[in-house]
Design a binder for this molecule. Structure first.
Ligand SMILES: NC(=O)c1ccc[n+]([C@@H]2O[C@H](COP(=O)([O-])OP(=O)(O)OC[C@H]3O[C@@H](n4cnc5c(N)ncnc54)[C@H](OP(=O)(O)O)[C@@H]3O)[C@@H](O)[C@H]2O)c1
Length: 265
């Protein structure tokens, strides 16, 4: 029997490509908010409902996964992409984003960890974003949610390693998944930030459309999953191989200016 892999948000984009990539070596459970609405389910992948905004849905999803077996791999990929100037972000949007992008994944992972720990093995991959390392204006809530997920992962890594459970973060750059059409945005169109917001969004959407294919991220995730000693952080897209070393050399201020210039006027 193949080991079990769970990929959250497997109905499109990076999650779908990852479920497909892992399905050769693993029995894959993919999640979506409403699996009955998946138009083209992947052969070899079974789907379980998961709404990360709903704690009860997370509990039921974990129960269903554990009824099928102990996951050898958990890819926490599902997420909301949110934009808006810091001053204008509504509290309810912030709460939803942090529930979906951070607390939901922490909750699901906490529910699966005891079984993985008891089995003495497991790989947990948190899908962050390069924006979590390279913050961008008018994306502060999303940047903060991805940085928070990375913080959980980096801190918990050494807690879990003695039990054979390895935790890594994968930060994609711009990936052509159509995410731009699903991004939530909060801005006063006649307010003081409207111009900067529009410019940033235009650049961001252009970058996403011309980004690398989600299959390339799936390959990076598969690399992290298969590594004998998984690294804390993997990244791909948006010239990650150049940008990360460069950021280590530059003063923080210069790095932030470079990111702003890439997305600004
Ligand atoms: N595309 C990029 O440029 C990029 C760059 C950096 C990081 N990322 C990150 O990579 C991950 C995947 O992004 P993607 O581009 O592949 O996006 P996508 O194509 O929009 O896929 C998002 C997935 O998340 C699921 N999802 C959305 N809201 C959810 C919720 N409240 N509860 C449970 N599942 C939910 C969606 O499933 P249903 O709608 O079917 O429920 C879908 O399967 C995200 O975490 C994103 O932040 C993407």
């Amino acid at each position: 029997m193949k080991p079990l892999a769970v990929v959250t948000g497997a109905t499109s984009g990076i999650g779908r490509a990852t479920a497909l990539r892992l399905s050769g070596d693993y029995e894959v459970i993919g999640t979506g908010r409403d699996p009955s609405r998946i138009a083209d389910p992947l052969p070899g992948v079974s789907y379980v409902a998961l709404d990360l905004g709903n704690p009860e849905s997370i509990r039921l999803c974990a129960e269903e996964i554990l009824a099928r077996g102990v996951p050898a791999v958990l890819v926490n990929n599902a997420g909301e992409s949110q934009s808006g100037p810091f001053e204008e972000l509504p509290r309810e949007a912030l709460e939803r984003l942090f529930q979906v992008n951070v607390i939901g994944h922490v909750d699901l992972t906490q529910r699966l960890l005891p079984a993985m720990r008891a089995a003495g093995r497991g790989r947990v991959i948190m899908i962050g974003s390069m924006l979590g390392s390279f913050p961008l204006a008018c994306r502060s809530s999303y940047v903060a949610s991805k940085a928070a997920l990375k913080g959980f992962a980096f801190a918990a890594r050494s807690e879990l390693a003695p039990f054979g459970v390895q935790l890594s973060v994968v930060e994609p750059g711009s990936i052509a998944t159509g995410l731009s059409q699903r991004r939530t945005g909060y801005v006063d169109k006649r307010g003081p930030y409207a111009g900067e917001y529009a410019t940033m969004l235009d650049r961001l959407n252009r970058n996403e459309r011309s980004g690398i294919a989600p299959e390339r991220v799936a390959e990076e995730i598969a690399r992290a999953v298969a590594a004998r000693r998984p690294r804390p952080l993997y990244a791909c897209g948006s010239m990650a191989r150049v940008v990360f070393p460069l950021a280590r050399l530059l003063p923080l201020d210069a790095m932030l200016r470079l990111v702003a210039r890439k997305h600004g006027p």
